[in-house]
Unconditional design. Structure first.
Length: 224
């Protein structure tokens, strides 16, 4: 499992197109993981557009992948503002197979907090709903817990997590298919591992929906 970081050149027409449409950006990134005549393997990579820009104002994209990307396959002149950073071996860096219960990590994930109603997936717009969503996902599915904030009413307990960049992502699918619209938020905080196997799977495969739109990549850094 490898982590790569690239910066897109805002002077490039193709880069501006991709930044305006996450579905297009995903399609362009796919070229780095498969030859032009072959479909990108399912689950090959996760990605996230970072909120921080480079010194020159260019947008940063993180890519976590099963294999090392071959950026020459992108074949868009000046698509990147500079050479990509060397890929980091995350298996060696995080040692996921040997993580113990109670290990703490700082984390970031852009995700789609949502619920299903009448067969439709609806975004959760209230802060308390968004907090509960990530806390529940971690506790019930992904092997981690978030620190709680003491309250006078135990039934209204909240978790400590930063939430920012609420936005509706829109992607234009090709072939006459309906456009994609997915609500997203950026979570930042500290988590504690409660189930190492499930946590490792969450880091490898991501969490939630909308992965083709840059959602679900759970980035973690050990605390201490």
């Amino acid at each position: 499992m490898f982590l790569s970081r690239i910066r897109l050149n805002l002077r490039s027409k193709e880069a501006r197109r991709d930044l305006a449409d996450p579905y297009e950006l995903h399609s362009t990134l796919c070229r780095a993981f498969s030859p032009g005549d072959r479909k990108c393997p399912a689950g090959e990579f996760l990605w996230r557009l970072e909120p921080e820009s480079s010194v020159g104002g260019n947008q940063t994209v993180l890519i976590q992948s099963r294999s090392v990307p071959e950026w020459s396959r992108i074949e868009c002149e000046n698509w990147m503002s500079d050479d990509p950073d060397p890929a980091i071996d995350l298996d060696a860096r995080l040692d996921l197979c040997n993580i113990l219960v109670g290990k703490c990590f700082r984390f970031r994930v852009r995700a789609n907090p949502s619920k299903c109603r009448d067969g439709k997936r609806l975004g959760l717009l209230q802060a308390i709903e968004q907090e509960n969503w990530i806390a529940r996902k971690g506790r019930e599915q992904h092997g981690f817990v978030l620190p709680s904030i003491p309250t006078l009413d135990p039934l209204k307990q909240r978790v400590s997590v930063g939430i920012s960049q609420e936005q509706m992502l829109r992607g234009n699918r090709r072939g006459g298919n309906p456009d994609i619209r997915v609500f997203s938020v950026l979570y930042d905080g500290v988590l504690t591992v409660s189930d190492p196997d499930r946590f490792g799977q969450a880091v490898r495969s991501g969490i939630g929906h909308g992965k083709a739109l840059g959602l679900g990549l759970l980035s973690v850094v050990p605390v201490g």
